[in-house]
Design a protein around this ligand. Sequence first.
Ligand code: FAD
Ligand code: AMP
Length: 480
Amino acid sequence: MSKQFDVVVIGSGPAGYVAAIRCAQLGFNTACVEKWQSASNKPIYGGTCLNVGCIPSKALLDSSHKFYEMQRHFADHGIRAEQGSIDVAAMMERKNKVVGQLTLGVAGLFKSNKVTGISGTGTLLGRGRVRVTGPEGSQEELSASSVILASGSEPSAIPPTPVDNRLIVDSTGALEFDAVPERLGVIGAGVIGLELGSVWSRLGSQVTILEALDDFLPALDRQMAREALKILTRQGLEIKLGAKVTGSSTGEGKKKSVTVNYEDGDESGEAVFDKLIVAVGRRPVSGDLADSAAGLAIDKRGFVEVDEYCATNLPDVYAVGDLVRGPMLAHKGMEEGVMVAERLAGKKTQVNYDLVPSVIYTHPEIAWAGRNEDEMKQAGIECRTGSFSFAASGRALAANDTDGSVKLVVEKATDRIAGCQIIGASAADLLQQIVIAMEFSASAEDIALTMFSHPALSEVVHESALAVHGHAIHKANRKR
Ligand code: FAD
Ligand code: AMP
């Protein structure tokens, strides 16, 4: 006899656990199958995000930022503490504690919402049928009215630099170093490469990032990308653009090292590192997710094919999160999980895929949403922009945190906000104000007419909206 549920979710990352909790809130008898296990065969919830992604990386970014501030900036405040040292083991222990607290938190939420957690690997057998292979090879079958697939993603690999988890690591390994490498190489100047490169650079590594593309951060407009590159380079990251990694070899001498070969236009280069992080993107985990007889449609890159409501080609089978098209971001998967649960309950919930905020948690943070100026021009839509620098903010100056700026893009014809990019302290939180405004189709004037607390960093957002029409108070406006 198979166990019967209304909904079975496979995977408990942010897409899966949020879907499961929302389904349970809506009255569905819900199970969530998770293959990640503790030594005692208990499921560990939270997926990539909580265990080896968003949360541990932010824990290390926050710790390393404090160390960097102590060494570089405390003296500016009259605090003499330059002699401090770093205890990597203690830093890792704190990070692990944060992770443990949050993954246990999901277990607690499952309990309070009456989601049944099941330890094992889930396989979709067909409509409404899931097989769970348990820790010791035991098998049981679950049946459900609906199945939600949320098996997430894993780091991509490239043949020139096979991960050996000693000298060459992926993002997971880079969260576990037991000492600060003297020379650290990073392949890929994307979100993960920049964040992890920053962590170890702040702790003292000499970091070189090799990026195949000629353009830095292609999602930003070129002006903002140049500003970000300048700030990160000044902090000590060496970012080589147009450097495609083609090979590597590891030396087994007294001091183990890895030599990386790359092509830079017509020239070839070589660099030697003590550790190498491969951060070239992520790929969906869909290989063994479904029995071939189930007939689940999966595209060439491994993404489960879905429509705008995350319905797969099979009736009553949905897929959410990194497993499906769109940006690989935790919050995008969470919103999809909520959407699927609510649509199962007969609601008309949708995800606004035009408004997915992105953040790189370097310091300053780099955050953006909507369209940038270059994209508006390419689309032939006339736009205005308003910019404002953190250097002109009283709050930023008081905090000695003045790098970066805000750039707001609005449609000229309607004054409606089309997008926003922010480089600066707390950019993620500042951007969210604009994302909310955009959800309500706000204009630059709406923001300009809103009262902002003084002194707060959010005043830079206010001033950028004022600047759209040449009314910024705390800077000289461009003539219009
Ligand atoms: P995942 O989190 O990958 O979870 C999938 C789960 O399914 C896993 O627990 C896995 O064990 C389980 N599973 C897989 N197959 C099966 C199966 N057959 N049976 C049972 N269980 C299965 N995103 C952000 O938005 N902000 C950030 O700051 C951010 N930082 C990141 C930093 C790093 C270093 C990394 C690597 C990623 C980061 N991300 C960030 C991306 C984010 O982690 C992912 O977008 C998010 O975790 C995807 O959620 P998901 O639920 O789709 O999949
Ligand atoms: P993201 O997809 O944002 O995680 O970024 C991954 C980055 O890695 C992209 O900018 C790719 O251009 C870059 N990349 C992929 N393969 C290579 C390679 N062989 N050498 C250097 N950079 C690479």
